[in-house]
Design a protein around this ligand. Sequence first.
Ligand code: ATP
Ligand code: MG
Ligand code: MG
Ligand code: MG
Length: 566
Amino acid sequence: MRTSKYFISTLKEAPSDAEIVSHKLMLRAGLIKRLAGGIYTWMPIGLRILRKVENVIREEMDRAGAIELSMPAVQPGELWQESGRWEKYGPELLRLKDRHQRDFVIGPTHEEVITDVVRKEVRSYRQLPLHFYQIQMKFRDEIRPRFGVMRGREFLMKDGYSFHTNFEDLQREYRNMFETYSRIFERLGLKFRAVAADTGSIGGSGSHEFHVLADSGEDALAYCPASDYAANVELAEALAPSAARQDGRQPLEKVATPKRTRCEDVASFLQLPLTKTVKAIAVMHDDAFSLLLIRGDHTLNEIKAGKLPGLDPFRFATDAEVERFLGCKPGYIGPVVIDRANIRVIADRSVAAMSDFVCGANEEGYHLTGVNFARDLPEPDLVADIRNVVAGDPSPDGKGVLELCRGIEVGHIFQLRQKYAEALNCAFLDENSQSQIMEMGCYGIGVSRIVGAAIEQWHDDRGCIFPPAIAPFTVCIVPMGYSKSAAVKAAADTLYADLQAAGVDVLLDDRNERPGVMFADMELIGIPHRVVVGDRGLAEGKLEYKGRTDSDAQMIPAADAVGFLK
Ligand code: ATP
Ligand code: MG
Ligand code: MG
Ligand code: MG
């Protein structure tokens, strides 16, 4: 690719709403453009990165025996009624009606659709096992889209679903996927950790998450360096918010002082009428965290649509107000509990974690919304042993002590068992011609999230440092005076053609910009290898080479540049 015939659009400064480094760098490098909250255009260079991630995943899934297909984004509401998720999924599910007033959803996940395909296609045990996967855009109406593509509303997911005649075979495929995922994240060049999303011992668990390790991660992970024990602590806590921190121990990291504030005070400050039943909901916007008081049982969709009788116009609290009332920094506000008279923070959690489940309690008790009930809520007692953990606690497997770190969930594998197959009557005929319900597994990877997560892990003050497997280009050629020096032009063109012929993804910067501008752009975009072509070097038959993380450049023989770079 030649920059003159391509599209590069970099920025000196990141827009102020970008909070974390990957989001800033993706905007500055021109990898994505925001269209609406959590909805982005993948610009040409960003798309190249996304496609590379996709291809690594595709290769490994194919190798593992999964079969690619592509399912529709728009799904009939009846299927969701049939599985029971029409009611259970909550406001993250974007619902719409067609011209005949029939219900549809934009798929946040595809268990229903694939189960419908399989129940219609598969008759006999001889056709099983089967594992179908797709790499496809999902839509989830996230309560707080943020961090760019890391928590988007529209995002690219690899989702796979396996079907089996028995549980043992499901477990075999689950282990196959555990290994496949590990290979994928290794090949992508990421530092990652697999953690149990429920019970906590690898192998025996029905669900594991794969996390890219980064301080900006929204999840807290507990692991034991002396053994294999690793678990997602946030999930454990989410299951038992009422029990969180009541023993008074220090929570995960920074502690927000729990503080009680009277509902009347908050309501009068927010100029909201206060009625007997008041719920507090922490609302995440594009730009801020807010506390919103609502009456009765209005859904979040109603709130967002502004359709609240008697609360019009309602307003959100600012960060400062929230801080004042709850006595802690918005970045470390915990689940908000509101009872008849008080609002208080029950445990420190990052705002990010709250976007997963808003915890508001009224007279009936606690509510978890925004959680994938069907998949993300194992039995609370399974996780009781890792609730309330702090660094240094004994590991539940008794083999050492726990340490804590933060992670970005990039993959999730799950033994669904017969949940969907039963609801949708997905059955096969066994050897004795008896009808039996299938066993199912599902396996997701956040393809677009990986691009952000990779940058969180690999960057410096000059920009992105892409692992070679996912870099948009492997080599960039930066000529000094492409249109001024015939020798430079000839050498740059030759190297460009030779690298292309050798199958190397190469970008030739023939824009005739100042060298500093070209260097800065190539570094910002994160291309691993740079070759500078200049008259001085050429006079000695040399080119200047610099790796993206090298501190110094070195001269290499022009004649063997391709061999050196390959
Ligand atoms: P999270 O806990 O981050 O909300 P999830 O558990 O709801 O994710 P899954 O249903 O397990 O997500 O979906 C599979 C994968 O899709 C996740 O592991 C994650 O990598 C990715 N993913 C989920 N939600 C988003 C999102 N809003 N933006 C980008 N990627 C996402
Ligand atoms: Mg989620
Ligand atoms: Mg999750
Ligand atoms: Mg998950």
